[in-house]
Ligand binder design. Structure first.
Ligand SMILES: CC(=O)CC(=O)SCCNC(=O)CCNC(=O)[C@H](O)C(C)(C)COP(=O)(O)OP(=O)(O)OC[C@H]1O[C@@H](n2cnc3c(N)ncnc32)[C@H](O)[C@@H]1OP(=O)(O)O
Ligand SMILES: NC(=O)C1=CN([C@@H]2O[C@H](COP(=O)(O)OP(=O)(O)OC[C@H]3O[C@@H](n4cnc5c(N)ncnc54)[C@H](OP(=O)(O)O)[C@@H]3O)[C@@H](O)[C@H]2O)C=CC1
Length: 309
């Protein structure tokens, strides 16, 4: 009996060449934006950063300088390579600066409405072939892509904090993301020295679906009096071999970002197990956002940082 074996159909876009990325734009010059610009520049890619506030960009360049020095002192980078990397970084407060970028990576505050406004401002300045990536920690890539003129060239590129140190980048395709975009971003992540994990477009993807509910649970443990800040963090560092305790890590990520991620999980999965801890909500309402505001579960004006509970 003859069995006819048919080749699986090949999507038309799989035959197209992925675009080459030679110049990167970064929106948001906070802790993630400066880290993304840093690793691009070290990998030889010119990177232009934009932020709502000029002082945020000045601070970002100073942070990059300090973190490059850290790599030089550890012997990971030569002084010449550091100088060359710094020279590849520029800043602008005008979206027109993204006109010659092959990809723009958005790393602004974790609020859907903020990101959607940014994409509306960005799109008119992009060349037709330019890709857009979002570094969102949790928000639907499909929904963000839908407000742009190029959902097929839109993708999630989720770096981990601190970007120069952490090996992983999660890659998330929206429903419309095409194959050349996916391939181009996989190649870019490799060029930046990162390892990729591909995640489907579900709330908070893989890392934060697992990590941030653990942090939220640590805040519940604090809220319910199971332990003090120090005992909770020591327990997880020494008892589970985590490099940082969950409350220290929450402060490091930013409590506003942790809360936004829990809200996306709670809204998106409609399961009460993702309810943000009321104490986390209260800290964010107080403006105690962690390291970036000098106070969270620790007070960073003290050396060493002193637990606030
Ligand atoms: C929320 C999300 O969407 C996803 C996420 O990113 S979740 C967060 C994922 N990251 C983690 O889990 C990090 C856990 N912590 C660690 O792995 C380690 O503690 C660490 C790598 C951050 C630092 O380890 P270390 O090198 O032993 O510590 P140390 O040299 O004392 O560095 C600590 C400081 O350097 C930073 N850091 C270290 N090397 C750095 C570098 N090359 N570039 C930038 N920052 C660096 C740390 O953020 C911290 O900042 P301060 O300058 O304010 O102190
Ligand atoms: N923190 C973490 O550990 C990680 C965060 N992420 C994600 O990365 C993104 C950025 O987070 P992170 O760097 O921590 O946040 P930060 O708060 O450190 O930085 C965000 C920056 O974006 C700026 N910004 C806000 N609105 C605009 C705008 N309209 N145009 C330009 N810039 C704007 C903010 O300015 P201002 O302060 O003036 O509002 C701020 O400088 C978020 O989506 C977050 O979820 C991903 C991985 C890890």
């Amino acid at each position: 009996m003859n069995i006819e074996v048919k080749a699986a159909p090949v999507a038309a876009d799989a035959l197209l060449e992925p675009p080459v990325i030679a110049r990167v734009g970064v929106i948001g010059a906070g802790q993630m934006g400066n880290g993304i610009a840093h690793v691009c520049a070290v990998a030889g890619l010119p990177a232009v950063m934009l932020d709502a506030k000029p002082e945020a960009m000045e601070k970002a360049v100073a942070t990059i300088n300090r973190n490059l020095d850290r790599q030089v002192s550890k012997g990971l980078l030569s002084a010449e390579d550091k100088a060359a990397a710094l020279a590849r970084i520029s800043t602008s407060s005008d979206y027109a600066a993204f006109g010659d970028c092959d990809i723009v990576i958005e790393a602004a505050t974790e609020r859907e409405e903020v990101k959607k406004i940014i994409f509306g401002q960005l799109v008119p300045h992009l060349k037709p072939s330019a890709l857009i990536a979002s570094n969102t920690s949790s928000i639907s890539i499909t929904r963000l892509a839908a407000v742009t003129d190029r959902p097929e060239k839109f993708i999630g590129m989720h770096f981990m904090n601190p970007v120069p140190v952490m090996k992983l980048v999660e890659i998330i395709r929206g429903i419309a993301t095409d194959e050349p975009t996916f391939q181009a971003v996989m190649t870019l992540a490799q060029r930046l020295g990162k390892t990729t994990a591909v995640a489907e477009d579900f709330p908070a993807f893989i890392v934060n679906r697992i990590l941030v509910p653990m942090i939220n649970e640590a805040v519940y443990a604090l809220y319910e009096g199971v332990g003090h800040v120090n005992s909770i963090d020591s327990a997880m560092k020494l008892g589970a071999n985590h490099p940082m305790g969950p409350l220290e890590l929450a402060d490091f990520i930013g409590l506003d970002t942790c809360l936004s991620i829990m809200q996306v999980l709670h809204d998106g999965l409609a399961d009460s197990k993702y309810r943000p801890c009321p104490l986390l909500v209260k800290y964010v309402e107080a403006g105690w956002l962690g390291r970036k505001t000098g106070r969270g579960f620790y007070d960073y004006t003290q050396t060493p940082p002193r637990p606030t509970r």
